[in-house]
Design a protein around this ligand. Sequence first.
Ligand SMILES: [Zn+2]
Length: 408
Amino acid sequence: MTREELFAKREQKLKEKRMRRLMVIGGIIAALLLVFLIVRIATGRVSKKPGADSSVKTTEQTGASAGTTVSRTTETQSTAGTQGSTETAGTAQGVTETPAAQMTDETVSADDTAVKGTTDYTAEGINGWNDSGSGRWYKTAEGQQYMSGWKTLDGSRYFFKADGFAATGWEMADDGNMYYFNEDGTWDSTQKQKLVALTYDDGPSWNTDLILDVLGQYNAKATFFVVGVNQADFYTSELLREYNEGMEIANHTYEHVILSKSDGDTITHQISANDELIKSLTGYDMTLLRAPGGGTNDTVHEFVNKPLIQWDVDTLDWQTRDAANTLATIKEQVRDGSVILMHDLYQATAEATVDIVPTLYHMGYKMVTVSELAEAYGYTLENGVEYYSFYPEESPDPEIRAAHGGQA
Ligand SMILES: [Zn+2]
């Protein structure tokens, strides 16, 4: 073959190869579409209404959505076609069948995350809703209970806690956000969670463990503005616990030096020495700074290489050393987007935290770190700039402002 023929043959082969690749890709796309359709039919869109023929059928679906958000709307599917993953259960195991009139509509929603299980009292009660002294719970057709997630019943959304009781009041759902439930357990979607940042200065200390215990119990996060000398370098296990439990660790200078009375070199050293210490202990690069005493001036603004986090709620815990007073101040002054100032090293503050965290929780506050709060409400943190609060109605983001009653 001549060179030309060889090249022509090679060209032909390449063309065929490209063709085959295109066909394979096309085939894969078609197969994926088919799988997607099958999965969709199998998991979602199937509903069941108690039939007059009283054969008890239940549609089961678990683990639907993980990343649900506050703005989510109730979505109840009541499609006509009920073929799919409808499975029959219960009747064979001697479970008393409930007349159709007593049964509640167990519509399966795509947002349902509740699982079925049993607790100490599952055997008691009737199919459907049960009221006990401890709350409402729901017995399924198979004689189980809904628990640990969302469930749509009769067109209303409920959240069942791990103990099987329907949530009432404010409750953190499985997506980590707060939702409000009426006395009967129905979700009130008009009530929106609020965000707040608890901050603890001058630690870590021998009180840190108690503070972390309480925060952990309520899945709450806080920001710890730590000092290097005699604190982080001494209470290292407490510091590591803060870090490992998802708290934000932030800079409060190496030796708790009043920056507004310091020169540029001192400011730089106090921040960088603490940065290096915390980095060596945790591997974490701190991004925020709180100036000791909150003292700032032009030199501070010029030399700090971090956003300066102040506060809008001053508990004066260091002065009063009184847990009841600290709690009362917070209840009175807290609002959506607040930054609360407290101190890690006073026993009264740790004791106050035991009440502060559940109190804020039941007021509908999700407790987040300062960085999370700023981000959630659309604030971009800039070095050398002071931030006192992150009110959503004053957000730099017009959409967030408008959604919270601020000026559009
Ligand atoms: Zn301090």
